[in-house]
Write a protein that binds this ligand. Structure first.
Ligand code: FES
Ligand code: FE2
Length: 332
């Protein structure tokens, strides 16, 4: 099991996941955290563990922007300081609950588990595209290490086997050209470009019998595992000008819950059909494979297990290497 890279932005939740009560408890990087929405619209993240007798603060209540412990009634403010004592004495200044920087951006809540002085919001990857009408943002938990989920998304060749009836790329990836690119902001792109291929099954109804298409699947990765997939489909021979459907970009943002489970943040059109399809792809098709890989690995380190490396793995491996470099830099 590898250390988590601390000096990075991770996504904790979509903003709509914070309930009316203003508090959401979530396990992130093996620890329980409380995400709190305050009356001025700001957010705070507090350790979901009272420093007095360690009960979850999430069992308490949020009142006047203070989180009140359900056990002996201490109240904590957004900075983690104890700001309410149920006894007449002043709140004990030596009692504090842990906090992390949190930023509301791109409809998500992003936290920085490392050195707070380095938490520059400009380093949050650009997911501005998620804020659009007609889309529903969802999340689920996958029983696999976040890097195994990242491997899955950075190597879309699996779609030709695992998503034959759902995503249905119809063999076109076998005729595609792969390119892996590094960007200055730290992004790694794993791109598949297909020319003059059989259309994917989901587009068949929009095309005439025998029509050929150009298709592109471009996955952008930012550490630790925040990804965006661009899918384009145009009539073949039109230099990508005659689009069959508007180009789509969707988030695939993965945050470790524990070493062997991951939060998966995604979106889809706000229809029951699109929701069912997304669940089919992620829960029924991807998850059993990722889970089986996780079970086979057990507690063993990925590299110790001596994985075979294929050419089509290039993007996934580059992302893993980037995380290794970041880990080494933090350890030094
Ligand atoms: S356990 Fe929280 S105040 Fe005692
Ligand atoms: Fe998949």
């Amino acid at each position: 099991m590898s250390e988590y890279v601390r000096n990075l932005w991770y996504m904790a939740a979509w903003d709509h996941e914070i309930p009316e009560s203003g508090m959401l408890s979530r396990t992130l990087l093996d620890e329980k955290w409380l995400i709190v929405r305050l009356s001025d619209g700001a957010y705070a993240m507090l350790a979901d563990r009272c420093p007095h007798r360690f009960v979850p603060l999430s069992r308490g209540r949020l009142e006047n922007d203070l989180v009140h412990c359900p056990y002996h009634g201490l109240g904590f403010d957004r900075t983690g300081a104890c700001a309410h004592n149920p006894f007449p004495a002043a709140p004990p200044s030596h009692v504090r609950v842990g906090t992390m920087p949190v930023v509301h951006a791109h409809r998500g809540l992003w936290f920085w588990p490392g050195d707070p002085a380095k938490a520059d919001p400009a380093l949050i990857p650009d997911f501005a595209f998620v804020d659009r009408a007609g889309m529903q943002r969802s999340s689920l938990t996958i029983r696999g290490n976040y890097e195994l989920v990242s491997d899955n998304l950075m190597d879309l060749t699996h779609a030709e086997f695992l998503h034959v009836t759902s995503f249905g790329v119809n063999g076109s990836i076998f005729q595609g050209a792969q390119s892996v690119l590094n960007e200055r902001d730290g992004a790694i792109w794993n791109n598949w470009d297909m020319q003059g291929v059989t259309p994917p099954i989901w587009a068949a109804a929009m095309l005439a019998e025998g029509d050929r298409v150009d298709q592109w699947l471009h996955m952008r990765w930012h550490a630790p595992a925040s990804m965006a997939l661009t899918v384009g489909l145009a009539r073949a021979g039109t230099q990508r000008a005659d689009l069959v459907v508007p180009q789509m970009v969707n988030p695939h943002i993965i945050t470790p819950e524990t070493q062997t489970t991951s939060h998966y943040f995604y979106d889809h059109e706000a229809t029951p059909e699109a929701e069912a399809l997304a669940r089919q792809v992620f829960v029924e098709e991807d998850e059993p494979m990722i889970e089986a890989a996780q079970e086979a690995l057990g507690a063993m380190d990925f590299w110790e297990a001596r994985p075979a490396i294929l050419e089509t793995d290039a993007g996934a491996i580059r992302a893993r290497r980037r995380l290794m470099q970041l880990r080494r830099a933090e350890a030094a």
